[in-house]
Design a protein around this ligand. Structure first.
Ligand SMILES: [Zn+2]
Length: 322
C-alpha cells in the first residue's frame, strides 16, 4: 500500500509533462516519474498477476468508447454521496477524490442539501457496458441532477422539469468542475443548460464571455468548445468525463488487449472464472478459441440453449480449466 502511495505521488509530480505526449515525453519527465513508470512497466512482466493486483495503482486504458479499467477501485458510499449501483461503479482514486471534492463544494455553498446521487461509472474491469456507448475506462460518471422538493427515496433518475431542477446546486457543481481542471467534458441537456445560463447571468451577474467556456448555450446545441455539451439522453441525469493524469499516464503502458489478458488471468485465479462480454460479430467458437476453452464447456457453464442468438453485451462465464 505504501508503495502504491509513493508511486502515485511520484507520478503526480510530473504527469502533466508525461501526459502531453507519451512518445517523446521521456525527456521532460521528472526523473522520479520516469523511474516509477519504467519500473511498473518492467515489473508487470516479472510479477505474478495476482500479486501485481494487490498493490498496483489504478490504470485507465484506452478511451471512453473502447477501453478497460485495471486495478480499479469501487466508488465508496460516504455521508452525502449515494452510489446507486456499487457493482458498476468502478473507477480510479483520482475520480473518487474529485467526486468527494465536488460534493464538498456543493455542500459548502448550499448546506444541508440532498445526497449527491452517483449512477453508473464502469464495470469492474471496464470494457463494454451496455447500454452505454462510453463508460469503458473508469472515468465516465453518471449523476442524477440535484432536485428540488421531496427527494425520491429510491434514488432513481426522475423526470426533470423547471419545477424540480435545482439550478443553484447544479450550477455550483458545474462551476466547481470547470474550476477544478479535472474534468474533460460534461453532458447536460440543452434545456437545462438554458436554465443554468439564465441563472448565472441574472442571479450571479456572470457575463456571456465568462460563461462561454463553461456552457454551450446559447451559442448552439452542437458546439463542442465548452465544458458542458448537449448530448441526447441527458435530460434526467448528467454525465461527467474526468481526466485522471496518473491513471491515464499508466494506461499508455497498456493496450486494451494486454489489459484484457491480464484481467482474465487475475479473475481466473481469484474467482476461478472470467466474464466475457459479447461484442458485435462474435461467434461462440471464436470466443471459445480466444479463451482456450471448448464450445461445449461454454454452453454448459452458461446453460446456453441449442439455438442461440449471441447478443452484444451478453456476459458469458469462462471457467478455469486444468
Ligand atoms: Zn453516461
Amino acid at each position: 500500500m505504501r508503495f502504491f502511495l509513493v508511486i502515485g505521488a511520484i507520478l503526480a509530480l510530473a504527469c502533466p509533462a508525461a501526459a502531453a505526449d507519451a512518445d517523446d515525453a521521456a525527456d521532460d519527465r521528472h526523473p522520479l516519474a520516469a523511474w516509477a513508470i519504467d519500473t511498473l512497466k518492467d515489473l508487470r512482466t516479472r510479477i505474478e498477476p495476482l500479486s501485481l493486483a494487490s498493490w498496483h495503482p489504478a490504470v485507465s486504458v484506452g478511451r471512453a468508447g473502447k477501453g478497460r479499467l485495471l486495478f480499479g477501485v469501487q466508488m465508496p458510499i460516504t455521508p452525502g454521496i449515494h452510489v446507486r449501483n456499487p457493482h458498476e461503479s468502478w473507477t480510479v482514486p483520482e475520480v473518487v477524490i474529485a467526486l468527494q471534492a465536488a460534493h464538498a463544494a456543493v455542500e459548502a455553498a448550499h448546506p444541508d442539501g440532498p445526497d449527491m446521487v452517483i449512477g453508473d461509472i464502469s464495470r469492474r474491469n471496464g470494457g463494454r457496458f451496455w447500454p452505454h456507448r462510453s463508460h469503458q475506462h473508469g472515468l465516465d460518471v453518471d449523476m442524477r441532477y440535484f432536485l428540488l422538493g421531496e427527494q425520491p427515496a429510491d434514488y432513481k433518475y426522475r423526470m426533470v422539469t423547471r419545477h424540480n431542477f435545482d439550478t443553484a446546486r447544479v450550477w455550483t457543481l458545474i462551476e466547481h468542475f470547470y474550476a477544478s481542471g479535472q474534468v474533460d467534458r460534461v453532458f447536460v441537456d440543452y434545456r437545462h443548460q438554458r436554465r443554468l445560463y439564465r441563472y448565472a447571468r441574472k442571479e450571479l451577474k456572470k457575463t456571456a464571455e465568462e460563461l462561454a467556456p463553461i456552457l454551450s448555450y446559447p451559442r448552439g446545441r452542437y458546439r463542442k468548445d465548452a465544458l458542458v455539451r448537449h448530448v441526447r439522453g441527458h435530460h434526467n441525469h448528467l454525465h461527467v468525463r474526468f481526466d485522471a493524469p496518473v491513471a491515464q499516464t499508466l494506461g499508455r503502458l497498456w493496450t486494451v488487449g494486454e489489459a484484457l489478458a491480464m484481467q482474465r488471468d487475475i479473475d481466473l485465479q481469484i474467482k476461478g472464472q472470467f466474464d466475457y462480454v459479447v461484442r458485435r460479430g462474435d461467434t461462440l467458437s471464436g470466443i471459445a478459441a480466444r479463451n482456450a476453452v471448448s464450445v461445449a464447456d461454454l454452453r454448459a457453464w452458461n446453460r446456453l440453449p441449442r439455438r442461440l442468438i449471441l447478443r452484444p453485451g451478453r456476459v458469458l462465464k469462462v471457467m478455469r480449466t486444468n
